[in-house]
Design a protein around this ligand. Sequence first.
Ligand code: GLN
Length: 294
Amino acid sequence: MARRGGDRWCRDGCRMTSIGEAWRLARQRIDRLDARRLLEHVAGCSHADLLAYPEKLLSALQTTRLDELVRRRAGGEPLAYLVGSAGFYGREFKITADVLIPRPETELLVELALERLQHMPEPVVADLGTGSGVLAVSLKCHSPQARVVAVDLSPAALAVARRNARLHDAAVRFIEGDWYGPLVGERFDLIVANPPYVAAADPHLENGGLPFEPRMALTDGVRGGDGLDCIRVIVGGAMRHLLPGGWLLIEHGYDQAVAVRHLLRRAGLGGAASWPDLSGIERVSGASLVTGGD
Ligand code: GLN
């Protein structure tokens, strides 16, 4: 490598950028933390490395790659898709644009599920619309005594979910299908779902990173839905698919708790309740197949 003035040049004349310089340039275009994550991703190093070796040079390929990712991030593409992973309930999951990016509020669903599973010796669990598999895999990892089956309509999503199960050594059975479609005759101690619940007309679908996420994971809008279409199907099948004492837990929209509790009661389930997420919004509702009495 030859040096011309303060700049460094590779043999065929392209300018080489140091990590420190690349970081500075990226920070001018996107959020600081995002710039750091993209640089770590492209350079394959840790935050400590970035601080310790700012003079280290990026290859021409790494520079081009970083530039492209910064441009996409500046255009609103979510970071998880750019780096190909996201954290959920203490684990890192592979994420592609075929699946919804896991949200922190969905961790509430895991906590509520685990509270119930810990009292069950060998529970059978279904995760409907598993997407990246975060629910099924997290439940299997924290509750190894459970037999977990995960269903999704999208073969591409199932491929991501299978990768995540392998990554975390979670023996989950994955099946392609529509909600209870492939589970005829099967009953569960616990059914969890984070279905598409954003109403078709919700302007929020056009905001932030949502336009980059799979529509079928976000909204029932393909059928002109009010956001409750999939929840109706899931609640509607619960009586046929819960074991006595079994629980159904569903994540839903910020304003759907009352409607979901109503659906749960109308379906004949007992103890319908909702739980608030960390922002204080009722985000998960559930009920169980009550037994005994008459
Ligand atoms: N919570 C997500 C959002 O509003 C939607 C997730 C879903 O539809 N399951 O951004």
